[in-house]
Design a protein. Structure first.
Length: 219
């Protein structure tokens, strides 16, 4: 099954990325647009767009919470059309994809994940979308495309364990047990203390008849 990050977790991903990269982005935009708008004008324009995107996102989230998927699509479409590069649009697409999956509309969820893979901002959300898209494709029986997504992901810093686990699931689906075991072990090795589903990974390894790292060999 596809694993889902809740809106709070998505927000934390965005905040972390902006803390690390926000200053450089702001300065670059100030330099690029300063001659046209001036700093105050540009800052006001940016803040207005942020507030408008935030408002659309909040309304969409509330509609999804109350099960009004069709109504929520109007707000999502507004975000996608008017603020395609906004973090709110990427987060909205991930939430909308989740709602589509819960409504057994995997084909529509795939399109939303593809949008974030191509346009996700900050980049961490594109990585999240790529992992989820791979899981959906695997569930839909397209293990070759799922594996291609995982193997050609580029920079996945902070998500190494999750990608390794998906890779293991794909190999297992393809009947490549040895490769699956190696991938699950990579996923365990990549986990930081207190993070991730260590117990779940260890169970997958035991189910395949092998010990987890550090436990010694089975007789």
């Amino acid at each position: 099954m596809v694993e889902i990050y809740d809106p709070h977790e998505q927000g934390e991903v965005v905040k972390k990325w902006l803390r690390e990269n926000g200053s450089a982005i702001v300065m670059g935009l100030v330099i690029a647009f300063g001659g046209l708008f001036g700093f105050k004008q540009w800052h006001g324009w940016q803040e207005s767009n942020r507030q408008e995107a935030s408002a659309e996102f909040e309304v969409m989230s509330e509609l999804l919470t109350t099960g009004q998927l069709d109504a929520a699509m109007s707000n999502f479409q507004s975000l996608q059309d008017n603020y395609p590069a906004s973090p709110y649009t990427s987060m909205a697409a991930l939430q909308m994809a989740r709602a589509r999956l819960e409504s057994s509309q995997a084909d529509l969820a795939i399109g939303l994940y593809e949008f974030v893979v191509e346009n996700g901002y900050p980049k961490a959300l594109a990585v999240v979308a790529r992992e989820r898209l791979a899981r959906v494709l695997l569930d839909q029986g397209d293990s070759d495309r799922a594996l291609d997504l995982i193997q050609n992901a580029g920079d996945i810093s902070g998500f190494e364990s999750r990608f390794a686990e998906v890779r293991g699931d794909i190999y297992l689906d393809q009947g490549k047990t040895d490769e699956a075991i190696a991938a699950y072990r990579d996923a365990l090795d990549s986990l930081e203390a207190g993070e991730g589903d260590r117990a779940g990974l260890e169970l997958k390894l035991r189910t395949l008849g092998t010990d987890t790292p550090g436990n010694g060999s089975q007789s």
